[in-house]
Design a binder for this molecule. Structure first.
Ligand code: FE2
Length: 252
């Protein structure tokens, strides 16, 4: 699964491209079943404060998911995109990130400023118009964080919804250059979470589950979080992992 130079250009200019889902239908159904079967155990677990719950849910599903992240052709693709042999996982998650929020929508944000990273995201349930599609601002990782934030604030104020100070903390307004990503389970989005993104409003009653993980060349706070989740979930097991696995998950 080689990335062409045209795909690389698209990633570096726009921050995303699509690949056919890099695992087959049987694997998809297996992941779906594992997530459903484990959901109640995950939901009722008393997770320590500050632990990333969606990462823990991902890790609880164990070997099939670890193997997916370690798939040589996917790691090679990440190495090619990030132009480094030294990549490690700095985030992972599975589940529905919207249904438990107070708002049926995720506001504009970027995950990781000045961080070289690439994320692989596959929908388990189609993210279409009533199901909070991803909204994405192409190329925004190439601009300063403050500049894009200020721009989004102006579009938010231009909605006329906010009539007094202080300025709104959560920004949802449409940006003229945003694209709406309808993510179908047949495809995987390869993207930079450093690009600004948000979601549309979820009005459908069904689930909006996705599976995703990131590779990075940097070791920052985000990386510390994933290591903490790995050590918590694989408590007495991670010490026995192979050196290769420890290296990719940067634990040890
Ligand atoms: Fe995000």
């Amino acid at each position: 699964m080689q990335v062409s130079s045209v795909h690389l250009k698209q990633f570096h200019r726009q921050g995303f491209f699509f690949i056919p889902r890099p695992f087959d239908q049987v694997q998809l159904e297996n992941i779906d079943r594992l997530q459903v079967d484990n959901h109640e155990r995950w939901r009722t677990t008393d997770w320590p404060l500050g632990l990333n719950r969606l990462a823990c849910q991902f890790l609880m599903l164990g070997e099939p998911l670890l193997k997916l992240v370690e798939k040589p052709e996917i790691v090679a693709m990440a190495q090619q995109i990030l132009e480094s042999d030294q990549v490690h996982v700095n985030a992972c998650g599975i589940g529905d990130s919207i249904s438990n929020r107070s708002q049926p929508q995720v506001p504009w944000h970027s995950d990781g400023v000045n961080c070289r990273q690439v994320s692989f995201r596959t929908a388990l349930d189609r993210h279409d118009q009533p199901n909070a599609p991803l909204r994405f601002l192409p190329g925004s990782d190439c601009r300063s964080h403050e500049e894009v934030q200020l721009e989004l604030m102006q579009f938010e104020l231009a909605t006329g919804r906010h009539d007094k100070a202080p300025a709104p903390k959560q920004l949802y307004a449409k940006h003229p250059d945003e694209i709406e990503v309808i993510l179908d389970p047949r495809w995987t989005l390869v993207w930079s979470p450093s690009c600004w993104h948000a979601t549309g409003v979820k009005t459908s009653v069904g689930q909006r589950r996705a599976i995703g993980w990131n590779y990075s060349t940097d070791r920052d706070q985000k990386h510390d979080k994933i290591v903490r989740a790995v050590k918590h979930v694989f408590n007495d097991q991670w010490h026995h992992w192979t050196q290769e696995r420890k290296k990719l998950w940067a634990v040890g």
